[in-house]
Design a binder for this molecule. Structure first.
Ligand SMILES: O=C1C[C@@](O)(C(=O)O)C[C@@H](O)[C@@H]1O
Length: 157
């Protein structure tokens, strides 16, 4: 994902919508847990929600932790906030949590499923302590809520 300096000076910086490992398989991955919507549906919903609020998004998904960390670093000065579903890294990655404070923008953590109602290893998140908000168990609508919450946080900065 290239991160060019803002093309339109004066325009609000975009919101970064980041999805971690295995979320590219949404639609076919455990539909009983994650539903039938795809990653493309999520991006479309986030785009539409942001557009309603006069904002743009940049969306990206990766299965590679170093790539995700690089994108988070590149958000510094290039994005107004981050919506992130860290997938399994939620429960394992000190490195991703450390990276997410680098851009100094609000972060909203999203989980499609209600992680608190699942296996005990999903109850702990390295990301939640640095997130401005955590949304779980709302299905893909959680991304809409996350974009709306970020827009309100950004407008108050
Ligand atoms: O990959 C995922 C998806 C998830 O973040 C969710 O969106 O519900 C929950 C995580 O525990 C899991 O590893």
């Amino acid at each position: 994902m290239s991160q060019e300096p803002s093309d339109n000076p004066g325009e609000p910086l975009p919101i970064l919508v980041l999805n971690g490992p295995n979320l590219n398989a949404l639609g076919t991955r455990q539909p009983d847990v994650y539903g039938s919507a795809t990653l493309a549906d999520i991006v479309e919903l986030a785009e539409r929600t942001a557009a309603d609020l006069g904002l743009g998004i940049r969306a990206a998904q990766t299965n590679h932790e170093g790539q995700m960390i690089d994108w988070v670093h590149e958000a510094r000065g290039q994005a107004s906030g981050i919506v992130i579903n860290p997938g399994g890294w939620t429960h394992t990655s000190v490195a991703l949590a450390d990276a997410l404070v680098v851009p100094e923008v609000p972060v909203v953590e999203v989980h499609i499923s209600n992680v608190a109602a699942r296996e005990p290893f999903r109850h702990f998140s390295y990301v939640s302590p640095i997130a401005s908000a955590v949304i779980a168990g709302c299905g893909i609508q959680g991304y809409e809520f996350a974009v709306r919450r970020l827009a309100s946080l950004i407008s108050h900065r």
